[in-house]
Ligand binder design. Structure first.
Ligand code: HEC
Ligand code: HEC
Length: 151
């Protein structure tokens, strides 16, 4: 009797732990004043996607640095547009939080690809020349190309 009760409790424990290993897709969107993010510079979607432990499955996420490429740059703004150099329709606008990170779980229609603009606090804008079909910014930046930066 006691043994089966113990086994029961142990099994329940295992089930609870197993469920907690997978993050839920709750709405998470960075704001200028938020600071809940972490793992600066990492590819957020290694964990923030279906089947992984991150809370919220991000559609677009990454990290912005200053010109030193080693210090984070909070309060920048990331924009995805339908045409190059900030023209066309704004498809997404995401605030960079106090940790230099930006993220959103809102769906974005990438279609044939979107263009990227990153605005510094003072209004200086950097445009990415080529278009993207994935919002995993840190899968390239800081890996196969320079980190994202703003001034
Ligand atoms: C190694 C896996 C991993 C990586 C990489 C990762 N995260 Fe997470 N993240 C998690 C887990 C697990 C949680 C839920 C538990 C927690 O809050 O630590 C989480 C939670 C969060 C939360 C919610 C915190 C809250 O209190 O609601 C935010 C926001 C977040 N991550 C942002 C990011 C951003 C932005 C990146 C990329 C720069 C990133 N994460 C990279 C695993 C990761
Ligand atoms: C598939 C890889 C890849 C992804 C994903 C990617 N980038 Fe880029 N990015 C590059 C490369 C390569 C360059 C340099 C050539 C160019 O501009 O096309 C670049 C250039 C840039 C620039 C211009 C840098 C400068 O010095 O002027 C900015 C800003 C930028 N990216 C921001 C972003 C943001 C924000 C995201 C996510 C929304 C993102 N990138 C996603 C590869 C990527």
């Amino acid at each position: 009797m006691k043994t089966s009760l113990l086994i029961g409790i142990t099994l329940m424990g295992i089930i609870v732990v197993a469920c907690e290993e997978e993050g839920e897709n709750e709405t998470k969107i960075s704001t200028y004043s938020s600071s809940e993010s972490h793992n600066t510079g990492k590819n957020c979607m290694d964990c923030h996607k279906s089947g992984e432990p991150g809370e919220g499955w991000f559609i677009v996420a990454g990290t912005v640095y200053d010109t030193s490429l080693s210090t984070i740059y909070p309060n920048a703004t990331v924009e995805l547009t339908s045409k190059p150099n900030g023209s066309g329709t704004i498809m997404a606008q995401i605030a960079v939080d106090k940790n230099g990170n930006f993220y959103t779980t809102e769906s974005v229609s990438f279609g044939q690809g979107l263009y990227v603009a990153v605005m510094g606090e003072g209004g200086t804008v950097k445009y990415m020349g080529s278009k993207i079909t994935s919002g995993q910014c840190n899968s390239c930046h800081g890996v196969s190309t320079d980190k994202i930066w703003a001034e």
